[in-house]
Write a protein that binds this ligand. Structure first.
Ligand SMILES: [Zn+2]
Length: 443
C-alpha cells in the first residue's frame, strides 16, 4: 500500500496573494473581493512578497532545495469557484523541491512545495443551483506534495500531526491551525491510485484512507480494477464518494503566467532564518542532555518556552537539577511563557540550589512563591499543612512504607489520598515532590 499526501496550508498574510483584499473572515459573502481576485478582464495580479518568504520558510523546514529563480503558471481550472477559469499556481521551478521530513526515524520524501491561490467556495442550493462566495478566492496557499512513502493510514495521520505542529511553530499560525490546513490523500492498494480531495482534520484523514483501503481491497479481490479517479470524503457517513475521473497533467494545459514575471529568490532565501521546529528540538534535547526521547518530547510539547527554560537551567545549574525541577516549574508555567524576567528568576533559584546556598525544601518553597506570587510565609504555611497531611497518612498506615520499599509505585496511594483530601489546593508536582521528600526521610 502506498500513501502520498498533498497538504494545503493557508499562509498567514494579512492581504490576499495578488491584491490588497483582507484575508480575515468576512461578515457577508463576496465582500472581501476586488476586480483582481474576481478575475475581471483587464485586472492584473501583483505578488505579495510575504508569500514568497513563507514559502521559503516551509521549504527550509522541510529540508528542500530552494529554487534560485521561481515563477508562476496558469492552470486551466474548470470550476465556477475560480471565475477567471485559470488558477495561478507553480509548475516549473516551484519555490522548493526534493526535501524530506522524518517521522520516527523514517524519511518521508517531499516532492515539492508550490505557492498558489485558493479558489472561492461553492454551496449547493437545492438540486439544480449553487451559490459562489469569492471571499476566499486569492488567499495564498502553500501546497506541500509528498512522495507515496507512507504505508498505513495511521502513519499518514502521525506524519500529518507532527508536520502541522512544526508548520504552526515555523509560520506562527493561529491556534486553529488545523482548520487552515486541508489535505488531498492519494492512496493505491494495487496499481492505480485514487485521490480523496479536501479532507480536513487528522482523524478524518485516517478515516478516509482506512475506508479507501477496504474499498480498493474489495474491488481487487473481486477481480475488478480500481479506477484512477477523484473522490470526496463524507464526514458524517465516513465514506468516500466518486466525484470525477481523474484528470491527467496534460488536461491542465499549464502556461507561464505573463503578468507576474520571474523572482530571483536565492539571496532572499539566504537571509531567511527559521526557528528550530519542536520535533527537531526534542531530538536535540534528548541527544544533547542525555534525556529519554519521551521526556524530551513531553517537555517540548508542553511548550517550546518550557524547553528553553530547561536549557537555561541545565546551563546554569546542571542537567540533573534541570531534569528534576522542570516538572515543578511546568505546573505554573503558563503565566511565565512570555516573561524573560520570570525565566531568569527561576534559573537564579535553581542555581542557588545547585551551588549549595539553599536546600531542596527551600528551593521548592522559593520557586513556588516566585511562580505563584504568594509570599514565602504563606507558601511555607501551606507546605507545612501539606507535610502534616502526608505525615498523617503515613502515621495512620505505617505498612505503606514497607510496600514502598518493595514497589515504589505504592507511594501513588499517598499522593492520591493527599490530592483528594486537599481538594486540589496543591499542584500534583508539589504533592509528588513533598511525598518523595517525606517518604525518603522515613525509609
Ligand atoms: Zn482582491
Amino acid at each position: 500500500m502506498k500513501i502520498g499526501l498533498e497538504i494545503h496550508v493557508q499562509l498567514p498574510t494579512r492581504s490576499k496573494m495578488f491584491c490588497s483584499c483582507p484575508t480575515t473572515d468576512a461578515e457577508a459573502p463576496n465582500t472581501h473581493v476586488c476586480p483582481t481576485c474576481l478575475g475581471m478582464p483587464g485586472s492584473r495580479p501583483a505578488l505579495n512578497r510575504k508569500v514568497l518568504e513563507y514559502g521559503i520558510m516551509l521549504a527550509k523546514m522541510l529540508n528542500c532545495k530552494v529554487a534560485e529563480t521561481t515563477w508562476f503558471s496558469r492552470k486551466t481550472y474548470f470550476y465556477p469557484d475560480m471565475s477567471k477559469s485559470v488558477q495561478i499556481t507553480q509548475y516549473d521551478n516551484p519555490v522548493g523541491s526534493e526535501g524530506f521530513y522524518s517521522v520516527k526515524g523514517k524519511k518521508i520524501r517531499i516532492t515539492r512545495i508550490q505557492l498558489e491561490e485558493d479558489p472561492g467556495k461553492t454551496k449547493r442550493v437545492g438540486d439544480l443551483s449553487s451559490l459562489v462566495d469569492y471571499n476566499r478566492s486569492g488567499i495564498p496557499l502553500a501546497e506541500i506534495v509528498t512522495e507515496p512513502d507512507m504505508s498505513t493510514p495511521a502513519e499518514a495521520r502521525e506524519f500529518l500531526g507532527l508536520l502541522i505542529a512544526d508548520i504552526r511553530h515555523t509560520l506562527d499560525l493561529p491556534g486553529d491551525g488545523e482548520r487552515s490546513i486541508r489535505c488531498d490523500c492519494n492512496i493505491s492498494v494495487g496499481k492505480e491510485r485514487c485521490e480523496v480531495k479536501n479532507v480536513t482534520g487528522l482523524k478524518n484523514v485516517e478515516r478516509a484512507l482506512s475506508f479507501e483501503v477496504v474499498r480498493q481491497t474489495k474491488v481487487l479481490k473481486a477481480g475488478g480494477k480500481v479506477e484512477r479517479e477523484t473522490r470526496r470524503f463524507d464526514e458524517e457517513r465516513g465514506v468516500t464518494i466518486s466525484v470525477r475521473k481523474k484528470e491527467f497533467e496534460s488536461d491542465y494545459g499549464f502556461i507561464d503566467e505573463p503578468d507576474l514575471g520571474i523572482f530571483r529568490i536565492g539571496k532572499m532565501a539566504e537571509s531567511i532564518k527559521i526557528r528550530e521546529s519542536p520535533q527537531n528540538m526534542a531530538l536535540r534535547l534528548a541527544a544533547q542532555y542525555g534525556l529519554e526521547e519521551k521526556t524530551a518530547k513531553q517537555i517540548v510539547s508542553t511548550s517550546v518556552g518550557l524547553a528553553e527554560l530547561f536549557e537555561d537551567v541545565a546551563k546554569a545549574a546542571g542537567v540533573g537539577t534541570a531534569a528534576s525541577w522542570i516538572g515543578a516549574a511546568a505546573s505554573y508555567w503558563k503565566t511565565f511563557e512570555d516573561s524573560p524576567e520570570g525565566r531568569s528568576g527561576i534559573v537564579a533559584i535553581l542555581r542557588d540550589l545547585s551551588e549549595g546556598r539553599i536546600n531542596d525544601v527551600e528551593a521548592g518553597m522559593r520557586l513556588r512563591s516566585f511562580m505563584t506570587g504568594a509570599t514565602e510565609e504563606s507558601v511555607k504555611a501551606a507546605s507545612a499543612d501539606l507535610d502534616v497531611l502526608i505525615a498523617g497518612y503515613i502515621d495512620a498506615n505505617p505498612a505503606i512504607l514497607d510496600e514502598i520499599r518493595r514497589n515504589e509505585k505504592a507511594s501513588n496511594r499517598i499522593i492520591g489520598h493527599v490530592m483528594k483530601e486537599s481538594g486540589g489546593a496543591y499542584s500534583s508536582a508539589d504533592v509528588v515532590s513533598a511525598v518523595k521528600r517525606i517518604v525518603d526521610g522515613r525509609l
